[in-house]
Design a protein around this ligand. Structure first.
Ligand code: ZN
Length: 390
């Protein structure tokens, strides 16, 4: 175990590969950053600059495919679904795109509208739905996330096995001003006007109780190692055969696991066909150095190293576990097919509605949102794969 060693591929090995495959594009060579082919199941994208940064990271990380998540929930980012559709058109066969609902951020969501949107996004060719309703800052303004208003939506998603990636909860430290990490203080300190971590955990399980076959992935290991909820983690896997989690940091995860190292390591091995690699990268920061390389280090080595305010303990996972987490789980459970094509005519109908939604929003810079929408629409029309006559 070492604090500083990184077991990168040795230079000589790279040189040998280079000699052998000097005609092969560099991107194909760099797939060797990870031990096995890799799909990133959790990437955020909004702007053209975001996509450019993500394309670079995907090339450097040797990603075979990756999943982009829209931020359309936030009114100022209402055109987010269009931006993700554009990325899918730009990278056909490589990019999965998850739409996010337009919905009011306070009170009770309009369940009928959520259902209508889900059907629309599925018909357009989005590959799944991203939801953030279990984020404590959002949840505090609204009804419980297992409220009946969501039932028609989840029943439809369950019946059609449409994948849902769901952010639920946050680290327990975020409720404690003494313990919350410095980087999170200004944005994520929860002063107990928010519901508790335990409450949100129960509500999330409540969704599964009502919709046990939902193709649901809860992000960030559902923050279960954070509160040593090993028994609950086992119970969820045993009770709900479609339930999956991604291992996208919060880096606290790789510190917290160490408290029950034996249990969590055997858990990750046992349920590796229900767990997935994800990074949470986007357009900000150095994706390769700050996210992708440290994640590889956590999964493939037993190094112990500092990151953000945490100490990460490498898991040194075996080959089968790595293969599952890196790509197999995603391809066998979440996306059995290659990314769907985008139906640009349906997308045009959606864009019309979107203009109306933006006009109806209060307290946002509508001019800017409309400009973004029109710009993404121009990009969609220009991009190979669009039918050009919309
Ligand atoms: Zn995320």
């Amino acid at each position: 175990m070492s604090f500083v060693t990184v077991r990168c591929w040795p230079q000589t090995h790279y040189a040998q590969i280079k000699a052998k495959v000097n005609k092969v594009h560099l991107a194909e060579m760099e797939i060797k950053m990870f031990k096995y082919p890799i799909i990133d199941s959790h990437i955020h994208m909004y702007s053209e600059a975001d996509l450019e940064a993500i394309e670079t990271a995907a090339r450097e990380g040797g990603y075979s495919k990756y999943t982009l998540l829209s931020g359309s929930l936030f009114p100022q980012r209402a055109p987010g679904n269009l931006s993700v559709a554009w990325a899918k058109l730009k990278h056909p066969g490589k990019v999965y795109g998850y739409a996010t609902f337009h919905m009011q951020l306070e009170g009770t969501p309009d369940g009928e509208d959520l259902l209508k949107q889900a059907k629309e996004y599925h018909a357009i060719g989005f590959d799944g739905i991203k939801m953030l309703d279990g984020k404590p800052s959002l949840r505090k303004e609204r009804v419980p996330i297992d409220n009946a208003c969501y039932d028609p939506l989840f029943s439809y998603l369950e019946e059609n096995q449409i994948p849902v990636l769901y952010h639920s909860n946050d680290p327990i430290e975020f409720w404690d001003i003494e313990k919350i990490p410095e980087w999170a203080k200004d944005i994520y300190y929860y002063d107990w006007k928010e519901p508790s971590k335990d409450q949100i955990t129960k509500e999330t399980a409540g969704i599964l109780k009502k919709h046990p076959d939902l193709n649901l992935t809860v992000a960030h290991f559902f923050f279960l190692p954070n509160t040593d909820e090993y028994d609950l983690a086992c119970e969820l896997m045993e009770t709900y055969p479609n339930f999956c989690m991604d291992l996208t940091p919060g880096w606290e995860m790789f510190q917290d696991i160490h408290r029950m190292e034996k249990e969590w390591k055997s858990y990750i091995k046992k349920y590796s066909d229900r767990l997935m690699y994800g990074t949470d990268i986007g357009g900000v920061g150095n994706n390769l150095e700050e996210r992708i390389k440290p994640l590889r280090r956590v999964f493939e080595t037993d190094d112990v190293f500092p990151l953000q305010d945490y100490t990460c303990y490498g898991l040194d996972l075996d080959d089968t576990t790595l293969k599952n987490i890196y790509a197999q789980t995603y391809r066998t459970r979440i996306q059995k097919n290659d990314p769907a094509g985008i139906d640009v005519e349906r997308l045009a109908a959606y864009k019309k509605e979107l203009g109306g939604r933006i006009e109806a929003y209060k307290k946002i810079d509508k001019t800017r949102a409309i400009q973004d929408m029109e710009r993404f629409w121009e990009l969609i029309k220009e991009t190979k794969g669009g039918n050009g006559n919309v």
